[in-house]
Design a protein around this ligand. Structure first.
Ligand SMILES: [Zn+2]
Length: 134
């Protein structure tokens, strides 16, 4: 899939393909670099969690915390088996997000920077922002 170019495109994919998981939630307060990661995560959940349990999932908030994504969700009446699959996927992508540049999604030489907020930033975005490697 091509890289998602802006929030409008991101939210229209969420609506079209993954509304079952987000159930109308559309206030993603995240930066552009993580759009593709969230789409990948959502499609992995839909592929691996059995259909009968997918409808029990409600992802109710998505935020950035300490330089990585953080998902908040409710699950009702889900089998333990599928809950584990689901929560493992969420954790995997939360961890993974810290190695993706929050601005552009690159994984090239990403380090955590702290300019008041802790964020993972790739080499070229650091050069653009004139941030020092530290
Ligand atoms: Zn970048």
């Amino acid at each position: 899939m091509d890289k998602i170019k802006d929030y409008n495109e991101f939210i229209s994919i969420i609506r079209r393909d993954f509304d079952l998981l987000y159930k109308g939630y559309d206030y993603f307060s995240i930066h552009d670099g993580w759009f593709d990661l969230i789409i990948d995560m959502s499609s992995e959940i839909c592929q691996k969690v059995a259909a009968k349990d997918l409808k029990e999932i409600s992802i109710i908030d998505v935020k950035e915390k300490y330089g990585q994504l953080s998902f908040y969700y409710i699950t009702d009446n889900m089998s333990i088996y599928n809950y584990k699959i689901f929560s493992n996927i969420i954790e995997k992508y939360e961890d993974k997000s810290s190695s993706f540049c929050y601005k552009c999604g690159s994984t090239n030489d990403v380090i955590m920077t702290n300019t008041g907020w802790i964020k993972p930033v790739c080499r070229s975005c650091r050069i653009i922002d004139k941030l020092k490697d530290s």
